[in-house]
Design a protein around this ligand. Structure first.
Ligand SMILES: NC(=O)C1=CN([C@@H]2O[C@H](COP(=O)(O)OP(=O)(O)OC[C@H]3O[C@@H](n4cnc5c(N)ncnc54)[C@H](O)[C@@H]3O)[C@@H](O)[C@H]2O)C=CC1
Ligand SMILES: Nc1nc(O)c(N)c(N[C@@H]2O[C@H](COP(=O)(O)O)[C@@H](O)[C@H]2O)n1
Length: 269
């Protein structure tokens, strides 16, 4: 884990209007964390070749951009399938970074059994990352003891969130308002939501658009083909059943980073 990235100050300046305020005073006055939705996609809207396959999309420049975003948020949030697929470090690897983001793993049904050898714990032991907070719908009394201890040793923990049962999958699901309330209660004033597909599609439900402060998407000049993990939220229709667009960005800007382009925008008018 010796990779060291650099991100030019002039590129950082371009992104500044899209990022959470630097001033603690402003952040403290918010009722919920600042939310940035950010991910890397192919031209066919895929995040990876298939569920469970770690797929490099970002080139060196846009990868450094993502790591710069990690320095500018208090937390970085991913779904449990991303953790199982990627064994991600979820730290910032820009040299001299002043602070590391807190990894947040959405694992409502406890599918992940954390292990000492997981990268997220390795970087934590090496002082270049923080241990995860795992948001779960499972009651405290049913949490696996070994996992609770492993997390505790590294400074992480489980956090219980109220959950409802999805009618289609019979799995526990969280309301994003409850997720953000839990982060706020932990003093986390900003969060970047990185993925994967199910997490992003769930956040892109129109009920949650007002919760998203900024959208920053890396687009790589590649098609991954069918069978990938796709960003495509559930369809919305009008009262006559005619399909409507789910969301459109406004205040859009495009920034080339090497062979990739980074699209910034907001879901607000
Ligand atoms: N290119 C990129 O920027 C990124 C790519 N990925 C890729 O995405 C893939 C994983 O994506 P997915 O398979 O879609 O899994 P995912 O990482 O989105 O996690 C899916 C899990 O999250 C749960 N979930 C979703 N919304 C929820 C909610 N509101 N409340 C409670 N639980 C919720 C689902 O029930 C499911 O168990 C991996 O292959 C990974 O490599 C992941 C992150 C970023
Ligand atoms: N920005 C970006 N570009 C890609 O090409 C990617 N595959 C991802 N994936 C996300 O980054 C996580 C890996 O993080 P570490 O490098 O291990 O810290 C991965 O789990 C996805 O969330 N992102």
């Amino acid at each position: 884990m010796s990779e060291q990235l650099t991100f030019p100050a002039e590129s950082a300046a371009l992104l500044e209007p899209r990022l959470p305020p630097k001033s603690d005073a402003t952040e403290a006055s918010r009722s919920r964390p600042f939310v940035t939705l950010t991910f890397a996609t192919s031209l066919d809207s895929s995040l990876s070749l298939s569920p469970g396959v770690r797929t490099r999309l970002s080139g060196p420049g846009s990868k450094a951009m993502t790591h710069y975003l990690r320095t500018r948020h208090s937390a970085i949030l991913v779904g449990v399938s991303t953790v199982l697929a990627d064994d991600p470090a979820l730290n910032c690897r820009i040299a001299g970074t002043p602070s590391q983001p807190r990894p947040i793993v959405i694992d409502a049904n406890l599918r992940w059994t954390p292990r000492h050898s997981d990268k997220v714990f390795e970087v934590c032991r090496n002082g270049i990352g923080l241990a995860p907070f795992i948001l779960t719908g499972v009651d405290e009394s049913s949490l696996p003891r070994g996992s609770v201890e492993l997390l505790h040793e590294h400074g992480g923990k489980y956090i219980h969130i109220p959950a409802s049962r999805s009618q289609s999958t019979d799995r526990l699901r969280f309301d994003w308002n409850d997720i953000l309330a839990a982060l706020q209660a932990e003093g986390l004033s900003s969060v970047m939501v990185e993925g994967g597909g199910q997490i992003i599609n769930s956040l892109l439900d129109p009920a949650y658009h007002d919760l998203i402060d900024s959208v920053i998407v890396t687009i790589a000049p590649t098609w991954l083909g069918q069978g990938g993990v796709v960003v495509s939220p559930d369809r919305v229709t009008d009262t006559a059943g005619v399909p409507l667009p789910v969301a459109r960005l406004s205040h859009v800007s495009w920034h080339p980073f090497g062979e990739d382009v980074v699209l910034c925008g907001t879901l607000r008018q």
